[in-house]
Design a binder for this molecule. Structure first.
Ligand SMILES: Cc1cc2nc3c(=O)[nH]c(=O)nc-3n(C[C@H](O)[C@H](O)[C@H](O)COP(=O)(O)O)c2cc1C
Length: 213
């Protein structure tokens, strides 16, 4: 079956992309507005971009009426965010925070989420997550120019909080104990447990400089 994306509306393109580009990690993004309202929302359009400088990307879509989501507005207003990773134990709490609360309402209060102060930024960390990244805004770009549907937000990681009980004897993160949730298509989620994990060594010499052309 061939799908011609040039003829697709955004909803259908979303369906095919979001249900096949999987599993996607979930960034549970904590921000604080200039007025001091704490906000928390999940985003699965999320990735690491480069370790140098350590940078991650989230892409909040615009609302159908063209308004930016609270997360985008807060990040652009204050330049700060905390990206929490979501353990299976908190998946229902994470889901609850995706509800469209108004800019003056805090998901942290409305959904009764336990948080702790971050170290270097004002947005709070979610308590009980295995990993959270304290970040500063590097750039926010409305995409595509002219008729944007989202903001591509690059954020520099300035500190990470890692639950040390997740480290194995060699100091590596144990993926099974990490037990993060990921986003699949429709209402499906994945977990990083059990047989979903396997180990694979890179080919010998994989990291040589490629030959010059
Ligand atoms: C698992 C999950 C992943 C989501 N990923 C995204 C995403 O990548 N981009 C987006 O715009 N909305 C995404 N949403 C929806 C937002 O979380 C939702 O619009 C939220 O209300 C935004 O909150 P805010 O206005 O406080 O920023 C996701 C929701 C869930 C449950």
């Amino acid at each position: 079956m061939l799908i011609d994306f040039s003829a697709l509306d955004a909803r259908t393109a979303y369906f095919w992309m979001a249900s096949t580009i999987t599993p996607r990690p979930v960034a549970w993004v904590s921000t604080c507005s200039a007025a001091g309202v704490h906000n928390l929302a999940p985003f699965s359009f999320f990735q690491m971009v480069t370790p140098s400088p350590p940078t991650l990307m989230i892409s909040p879509l615009l609302h159908p009426d063209g308004r930016a989501k609270d997360t985008t507005r807060n990040i652009e207003e204050t330049g700060e965010l905390v990206v929490n990773l979501v353990p299976f134990a908190l998946v229902d709490r994470m889901n609850a925070t995706s509800f469209s609360y108004g800019p003056g309402e805090s998901e942290i209060e409305q959904c009764d989420i336990a948080t702790v102060a971050a170290t270097m930024v004002k947005p709070r960390r979610v308590a009980g997550v295995p990993v959270s990244f304290e970040c500063r805004l590097a750039s926010s770009t409305a995409y595509p120019p002219g008729k944007p549907s989202c903001h591509v937000i690059l954020a520099q990681v300035i500190a990470a909080h890692i639950d040390e009980t997740l480290l194995d004897a060699g100091g590596q993160i144990d993926p099974v104990r990490l037990d993060l949730v990921s986003r699949m298509g429709a209402d499906w989620y994945g977990r990083t447990t059990g047989q979903a994990n396997f180990s694979l060594k890179r080919p010998e010499g994989w990291n040589r400089l490629p030959p010059a052309s």
